[in-house]
Design a protein around this ligand. Structure first.
Ligand code: CA
Length: 230
């Protein structure tokens, strides 16, 4: 059974989450504040944490930092619509994904299942060497991308970006993480680099670069590799 720790101070929302999760056979613990969350996380070892950022006793981002001190458990952030800076901060602190309130229960549960699957196979299962999409394939070992039967010429920077995204299917990677990985810590504010290189990658890989299917932008947040149908 997948165990979920729900950290949320709105009792009605907690109730809705618990009912829906139990109906899908998740085991659920609920914490109304950050201190209880940290205690339950240590005692119950959940498979995934659903975390509201606005808690009565501490900032949700500090809960993420405290958890990341000892666990890689996937953390799904619940956040208010306009707080995009807060979401970025949460991702940079180590959250795996977020959903914006109000959210659909089906979407949340789908994202939860995806987050749990990723940890079960993560870090990128060593046997996943070739990622196949409907439009191109990426061989992570041979460091090669093929589209329409032909090798796609990628610069080392393009390759590095693609490798990070494709190696973490479905996962939102923040701008700061990508910049840090590819260009180094000193360049972590140069989001224009990312826009330029992502546009190049889309031109080389996507059938319709202006409506990408695979290399998805989460505005103001980061990028995500989706592989519809696989
Ligand atoms: Ca709240």
């Amino acid at each position: 059974m997948t165990r979920v720790l729900v950290v949320e101070d709105d009792p009605q929302l907690v109730r809705a989450l618990v009912i829906n999760m139990q109906a899908r056979r998740f085991g659920v613990d609920a914490a109304p504040d950050g201190a209880t969350a940290l205690r339950l996380a240590a005692a119950r070892r959940p498979d995934v944490v659903v975390l509201d950022l606005g808690l009565p006793d501490m900032d949700g981002v500090d809960v993420i930092r405290a958890l990341r001190g000892w666990t890689r458990v996937p953390i799904m952030v619940l956040s208010a619509r306009r707080a995009s800076e807060e979401k970025v901060e949460a991702l940079d602190a180590g959250a795996d994904d977020y959903v914006t309130k109000p959210f659909s229960m089906d979407e949340l549960l789908a994202r939860l299942r995806a987050a749990v699957r990723r940890t079960e196979s993560a870090p990128v299962a060593p046997d996943t060497v070739v990622v196949t999409t409907d439009d191109f394939t990426v061989d992570l070992v041979a460091k090669k991308a093929v589209r329409g039967g032909r090798d796609v010429r990628l610069t080392p920077t393009e390759w590095h970006l693609l490798e990070i995204l494709v190696g973490n299917p479905g996962r939102l990677i923040s701008q700061k993480q990508l910049l840090h990985e590819v260009w180094g810590a000193s360049q972590s504010t140069k989001t224009n680099y990312l826009r330029v290189y992502m546009a190049q990658l889309r031109r080389k890989l996507e059938a319709d670069p202006s409506h990408p299917r695979y290399l998805i932008t989460e505005p103001g947040m980061g990028y995500r590799f989706e592989n519809p149908g696989h």
